[in-house]
Design a protein around this ligand. Sequence first.
Ligand code: PMP
Length: 307
Amino acid sequence: MADRDGVIWLDGEMVPWREAKVHVLTHTLHYGLGVFEGVRAYHTQNNGTCIFKLQDHTDRLFRSAHILNLPIPFEKEAINEAQLAVVRENNLDEAYLRPMCFYGSEGMGLRADNLKAHVMVAAWEWPSYMSPEAKEQGIKVRTSSYTRHHVNISMCKAKANGHYINSMLALKEALDSGCEEALLLDNEGYVAEGSGENIFVVRNDVIYTPELTSCLDGITRTTIFTLAAELGYDIKEKRITRDEVYVADEAFFTGTAAEVLPIRELDGRIIGNGGRGPITEKLQTMYFDAVKGRREQNLDWLAPVAK
Ligand code: PMP
């Protein structure tokens, strides 16, 4: 990852990949207070490479920063342009993008009153988060022994760097026990989300997803609401228990990295037909059609990279 050609946008300038460095006393490295996004660019049918829901990601980055009182020293327009430029200037056909706003090494300590906020945007090829078989057959998930962030401990509406300690502990535990992803519960024991995904379940032709209390306001989650509405489903946001997932007809994760990913098993219980359910398949197909520019009605979700 570190050693490669290409450029990274750092504080308003394109910097050669190998020179985009920070000091070891970078504040965010010590305390984790920073915000970031995970964004994808896809090769589309008629508009070349496009970033999917660029404005929504930039808006969430700024909301995350606002929640944490981190002043982003750029306008949204500049951060949008930086994302388009890193994909373009690295000649990427498809890409994963990482915008991040972090505190520098101007000072140390928890007061954080003598610091400057910095912004970087990198992009690289990252074809698939899971194997192609996983997208068709679904993944094995375990309920995590780690509780998801509580709203009054850390704030779940912010996509904050430090939050991902919890995600990484949960994911490692799941991987170590032979599963592919973790399902985290909130502090009351209700289903919250995956380590980097929102969750949906389907039962008796109704689609449910947890309320946003203890999970990230996912951009893919919102996309699924729109696509499901087109199929005639009005998704119900409600508290979900883990045994409701066990007895669901279908379950799936959504996220920019994971895209739309069926869940075939939770805690050793097969879900539905043990593969990708029919509603999951329809939504997954619509999602891939949308990101690849094959849906005329959703072309406004795509920001072309070419000038
Ligand atoms: N929850 C968490 C904890 C995440 O990290 C992500 C990925 N950003 C999501 C949900 C899904 O969000 P999105 O669809 O915006 O990628």
